[in-house]
Design a protein around this ligand. Sequence first.
Ligand SMILES: Nc1ncnc2c1ncn2[C@@H]1O[C@H](COP(=O)(O)OP(=O)(O)OP(=O)(O)O)[C@@H](O)[C@H]1O
Length: 241
Amino acid sequence: MLDLKNAFYSYEGQLALNDVSLEVKTGETLVIMGPNGSGKSTLLKILTGFFPLKGGSYQFKDLNVDKTFLDDPKQAAKLYEQIGFVFQDSDVQLFNMSVREELAFGPQQLGLPPAEVEQRVADCLKLLAIERLADRVPYHLSGGEKKLVAIGSVLTMNPEVFVLDEPFNGLSPYYRTLIVELLAKLNQSGKTIILSSHHFGQIKDICDRVALFSEQHQIQKIMTKAEILNDPTELAHLSVL
Ligand SMILES: Nc1ncnc2c1ncn2[C@@H]1O[C@H](COP(=O)(O)OP(=O)(O)OP(=O)(O)O)[C@@H](O)[C@H]1O
């Protein structure tokens, strides 16, 4: 479904991705792990089409995602409607005056009829059990509540792929469990999930594979969950990243 080949990216001289190749299959849950600054967020932003690669290629299904593609809003929309991104910092994502408006924003941008938008918002509030927050100002919510609303704002767009940058950061065990259960449900319904995390323990119940970044901004190895669980050294390493 996603095919990244020999990807390079740098920010004004600061290397972030160094010859990274990665394939993601439809319906899998892939977790990106690695040290701070190794390139995880950059990789997720490239996959979501935030900016084009500076070297190598990125194919999403039949779309060749390069600078020309992303510079053309009509073309880029074909990617954006299939991949949803949940930012590490929810405050970057939430800008509407109520949770209800926040959840409606994406489907409205997709041009869906008002009745369909309303239905998606109602379904999302129910699925996330956040009906009580519907008329609150997102900016005033707690960290965990904001994260649920941020995920909800992607959920109502119903993308095929969910990309989440460290979704468990700073959350209590209660919210972490809620989000793990939600991601498991989404995956069971056929969605592809790609997320970054520093804690194998938090994602072991949902991950199919882990791609491990090195400090050299390269993918050092890709392991299945079974390979990790059967290797105590690897398990210990991934549990303290
Ligand atoms: N906007 C930016 N401008 C300049 N350098 C950047 C920018 N964003 C990231 N970088 C640099 O690119 C490299 C990769 O950063 P990235 O955020 O992708 O790492 P990460 O693995 O997600 O880190 P973390 O686990 O700390 O979130 C780092 O050296 C970082 O300092």
